[in-house]
Design a binder for this molecule. Structure first.
Ligand code: ZN
Length: 108
């Protein structure tokens, strides 16, 4: 059974122009993912907003996860405001699980 470490942003000071923080919004994304992961038989562990980035990395490295899924958002220059959409996926070169996740995430 695949095991995933869900790591929504811990960046509570990255403010969104229309309200909320990157931490709040990416935690909502992780909340929305949980039922799908459970229904798919994918085990997951999740960081907690009060964790430091170092603590989240250590927790992820301490487990035997097939995937560390960091959920973040990007900023855009004012000239591109509202024009950039979709998913950017980054993974280690030659990571089969990372490549599969990239393909899956771009279908969302
Ligand atoms: Zn971020």
């Amino acid at each position: 059974m695949p095991r995933v470490y869900l790591s929504p942003s811990l960046q509570e000071y990255n403010l969104y122009v229309n309200g909320g923080t990157e931490e709040e919004i990416t935690n909502l994304i992780a909340d929305a993912m949980e039922p799908y992961l459970l229904a798919s038989g994918i085990e997951f562990t999740r960081n907690r907003p009060e964790m430091s980035l170092g603590e989240a990395i250590a927790a992820s490295n301490a487990g035997n996860y097939d995937l560390h899924f960091a959920i973040h958002s990007n900023a855009a220059p004012e000239s591109l405001a509202g024009k950039l959409q979709g998913v950017d996926a980054y993974y280690f070169y030659n990571s089969l699980m990372g490549e599969k996740w990239r393909i899956l995430s771009q279908k969302i």
